[in-house]
Ligand binder design. Structure first.
Ligand SMILES: [Fe+2]
Length: 444
């Protein structure tokens, strides 16, 4: 592509953004530069798959080449990108004029950032343009959690539209989750108490990947294996995109044909992984095996041994499902969930992997509501590896059951007279544990 073609593209994008500022929506003066931008971008995308405009250290670049006098010639492009912390705009082959026009609305619209921008693009049906945010140093765990939910939503959305999703965002988010788990597992495991009833699949996928990565760390697996388990856990149900929503959300029992359809999702999922660039073979295998139980019951049926790491996903999948409200089930508190799972040790679950899982999450896992010997009620927020039956609690209700105005942390492992008397069902109090951990994470 020639320099003058690049200049024409930048000039017309700048004119489009400027016209958005000057004229009301629907004014013909807006459509003209957008159409021109579409024309020159489409010409350029005839000979390439994508085209990138970036902002690097506050300087404009196009296809990795610095743009001379960018700030003078294309001030609107630079100011809108800067204001929204956008590091790159990537236009892909197949982009429509409607998508381009929606992008201009978003760029010149409210100052959204990061995952909010990506959400806005998806909600406006823009799938051939990507906005990459400039990393602002480390993200906090809530941003990472929400970013992961968004990535699962996008990946599944792309598969439903017949596209092959990119591996890069998935690999990146697994790296970020891994870093958080390594630095403070309690905090991010707390976020797995966020259970979204309406978008169960997305939050569930993120929760399973967090637990799976934490278990890999506990088992001291090497980095490559840990990464594959994390990715497979995040995408374990990606094959459900090939099963109709009506079957997936059906409240009652399934007919035998419907059940056969559901049973296809591990195979469908592993086939999707095979088509994605940069995915390890192991990821597909773990997804294929995530419903095969330790005694080889479950589905699909295989004649060979299951991969030892697939049990990590099976166990974390079961734990998150048991602790979540479903159409057919009240949520179990973490301690009850572990009890239920222990009953299936040696049958559904590998005794060794289950033992490691239980030793990782502790006697009172993070997120368990407990009543203390003082009658106060609180939530487990941190494990104390030296005293697993005496974790750190955030006390939320006093001995009379009154909500405290200023909840406080209490480390049961260091010299105090309170002990855990019992677990409490969160529905017995007005506490939304997901919201509680979100607030805790936001306060860090
Ligand atoms: Fe599944």
């Amino acid at each position: 592509m020639t320099d003058s073609a690049n200049e024409t593209i930048l000039k017309s994008i700048n004119a489009s953004l400027k016209s958005k500022k000057l004229y009301p929506p629907g004014h013909p003066a807006i459509a003209t530069p957008v159409n021109k931008t579409f024309q020159c971008l489409s010409d350029s995308l005839k000979t390439r798959n994508n085209l990138m405009i970036g902002l690097v250290n506050e300087a404009l670049v196009m296809e990795a080449e610095p743009v001379q006098d960018g700030d003078k010639l294309y001030p609107d492009v630079m100011s809108y990108m800067g204001e929204k912390n956008i590091g790159a705009i990537i236009f892909e082959k197949g982009m429509t004029v409607k998508e381009l026009s929606n992008l201009m609305d978003i760029l010149s619209g409210p100052p959204l950032q990061g995952s909010e921008l990506q959400k806005e693009l998806s909600s406006k049906g823009v799938t051939h343009i990507t906005l990459k945010s400039i990393p602002k140093g480390k993200r906090n765990i809530l941003e990472i959690y929400n970013g992961a939910v968004e990535i699962v939503r996008n990946v599944m959305g792309e598969v439903r539209m017949g596209k092959i999703p990119k591996s890069e965002p998935v690999n990146n988010i697994i790296e970020e989750i891994t870093e958080s788990v390594l630095s403070d597992p309690n905090a991010i495991i707390g976020l797995t108490m966020i259970k979204n009833y309406d978008n169960y699949l997305y939050n569930h996928s993120v929760n399973v990947s967090i637990m799976a990565i934490a278990l890999c760390r506990h088992l001291k697996l090497e980095a490559g294996e840990l990464h594959c388990v994390g990715v497979a856990a995040l995408l374990h149900d990606i094959g459900k995109t090939g099963v109709s929503e009506t079957i997936i959300r059906k409240p009652g029992g399934l007919s035998s044909e419907e059940w056969e359809k559901i049973k296809e999702h591990p195979l469908l999922g592993s086939n999707i992984i095979k088509r994605m660039n940069g995915m390890e073979e192991l990821v597909g295998r773990l997804i294929y095996e995530h419903h095969i139980k330790f005694d080889r019951s479950g589905y699909p049926q295989i004649n060979t041994a299951i991969h030892p790491l697939s049990q990590i996903i099976t166990i974390c999948d079961a734990y998150d499902a048991l602790t979540t409200l479903r159409v057919y089930q009240q949520p179990h508190n973490p301690v009850e969930a572990v009890k239920v799972m222990t009953n299936f040790s040696g049958r559904h679950f590998s005794p060794d992997t289950l033992k490691a899982f239980i030793s990782m999450i502790g006697v009172y896992p993070v997120g368990t509501m407990v009543r203390l010997s003082s009658n106060e009620i609180g939530v487990v927020v941190k494990l104390n590896p030296e005293a697993m039956d005496a974790p750190t609690i955030k006390v939320l209700y006093d001995g009379e059951g009154k909500a405290l105005e200023a909840p406080f942390e209490l480390d049961l492992s260091i010299g105090n007279d309170r002990t855990i008397a019992a677990t409490v069902n969160p529905s017995a109090t007005a506490t939304d544990l997901g919201a509680f951990f979100e607030k805790e994470a936001a306060a860090v």
